[in-house]
Design a protein around this ligand. Structure first.
Ligand code: FMN
Ligand code: EPS
Length: 389
């Protein structure tokens, strides 16, 4: 079973993760992994921290000469900012906790409940781990998963469809997204909307406020039957929602037309099934976004995620001192103002992990050759039943 754990604090030495269950003999393209990490750091609206970090993957185990060994892969991403935080974060030396205490808890963060739950008088003990810095690990993991799936032509992309109230309602083709997305500053395809969004981010920033938005993730060349209807915890839509909802600041996940199913009659929400000798079993529409009954249909997977606005505002929000219970208005030193573009890269890679997990589960094989022959025999059997790639 493909699984991972992450460890590390936002201003600690490094982010560490272990990805277990990757088959042997997968060739890793390190530049591509680093490119994903670079994309996550980008996007208009990011704060000062991204000028300090230059995220790069450092593989510590599970790989030789860029080829996976079938064992757990351990991954390090260094926090360059650690050197500015040694006095606060050193795990091996004493820290003068009293003078470094964060006792003003920030609304929208894990600070308050984290302090109550874990019995801390210092919110730094919470915020370091709850920070979205951890999403760098998620991206490195997803980028490795993508490279497993590349052997089977399964392809991923993502873009921004809304920031604040500015929406891109155009429908775009997968390849168009793939080709155009990295040139833009907010990962929005339509250049006019891109400009409008950048103006909106500037305006809201000047008011000391922040913005959230909606990102779309697409997966192409999937096969039918990843996931299962037979038990709740085997359904791939459930697993996708769980992983995506657990990304910092994600508040909603929809598949296909999502919440719009409620606004449409059944005839507009289902995807009718056709057969012809040339293309095999096919759908003319994809309202349900490529999943039926907890299983991939083989159509394009279409997922949207809503990210809440960044909770740390330059315009102070009211809160309390966790130790004295006095009220205060927060002021901050630095924060992202809008991280929706970065979040699209994170969500894309989180989806890659889930798809890879279910792919390996369905196809099976602890090395690339076994995986390929199992895959081919499944595709052949589906072909005998009328399904074509
Ligand atoms: C890529 C990314 C960057 C983020 N950057 C910031 C930030 O600079 N400042 C901030 O207050 N929150 C930021 N957040 C959001 C918080 O980490 C998140 O809202 C917080 O941990 C509470 O978790 P929850 O929103 O899931 O409840 C970011 C989230 C993501 C995905
Ligand atoms: C470090 C990252 O994002 C951070 C996520 C984050 C938060 O509270 O979630 C707060 C900010 O950190 P800092 O307080 O150090 O400026 C962001 O920069 C990253 O994305 O790599």
């Amino acid at each position: 079973m493909l699984r991972y754990l992450t460890s590390g604090e936002s201003h600690g030495k490094s982010l560490i993760s272990i990805l277990d269950g990757v088959p042997a003999n997968i060739e890793l393209n390190i530049e591509e992994i680093n490119y994903e990490l670079e994309k996550r750091q980008g996007g208009y609206g990011r704060g000062g921290r991204m000028k300090i970090e230059k995220d790069k993957i450092n593989i510590l185990g599970g790989v030789r000469g860029k080829i996976t060994l079938g064992g757990p892969i351990s991954i390090e991403i260094k926090n360059k900012d650690y050197e500015n935080w040694v006095q606060y974060m050193n795990p091996m030396e004493d820290i003068d906790f009293e003078t470094k205490k964060v006792d003003k808890v920030r609304p929208g963060h894990a600070d308050l409940v984290g302090c109550l739950k874990y019995d801390f008088d210092d919110a730094r003990n919470v915020l370091e781990r709850s920070s979205a810095r951890e999403t760098a690990s998620k991206v490195a993991i997803g980028a490795i998963c993508k490279q497993v799936l590349k052997n089977f032509n399964i392809d991923f992309t993502s873009h921004v469809v809304q920031i604040g109230n500015i929406k891109d309602n155009n429908k775009y083709e997968f390849d168009y997204i793939k080709e155009n997305v990295d040139k833009s500053q907010v990962r929005c395809i339509n250049q006019e909307i891109e400009k409008e969004i950048i103006n909106e981010i500037d305006k809201v920033k000047s008011e000391g406020d922040t913005l959230g938005g909606v990102v779309e993730i697409r997966v192409k060349n999937l096969i039918p039957g990843l996931g299962s209807y037979t038990q709740f915890d085997k359904k791939i839509d459930g697993e996708l929602a769980m992983h995506l909802m657990s990304v910092q600041a994600i508040k909603g996940v929809e598949i296909g037309i999502g919440f719009d199913v409620a606004n449409n009659p059944g005839s507009n929400a289902m995807d009718e099934i056709y057969y012809d000798d040339e293309s095999g079993i096919k759908r003319k529409t994809n309202h349900l976004g490529g999943i039926e009954g907890g299983m991939t249909t083989g159509e394009e997977l279409v997922i949207r995620c809503a990210m809440k606005p960044i909770p740390t505002l330059y315009k102070p929000l009211k809160s309390i001192n966790i130790n004295t219970l006095e009220s205060y208005s927060a002021s901050i030193e630095r924060s992202d103002n809008c991280a929706v573009p970065a979040c699209s890269v994170v969500c894309e890679n989180v989806v890659a992990f889930v798809i890879c997990k279910y792919f390996l589960d369905k196809i099976g094989g602890d090395n690339l050759n076994d995986l390929k022959s199992n895959y081919n025999s499944y595709i052949k059997r589906l072909g005998d039943r009328g399904w074509k790639r």
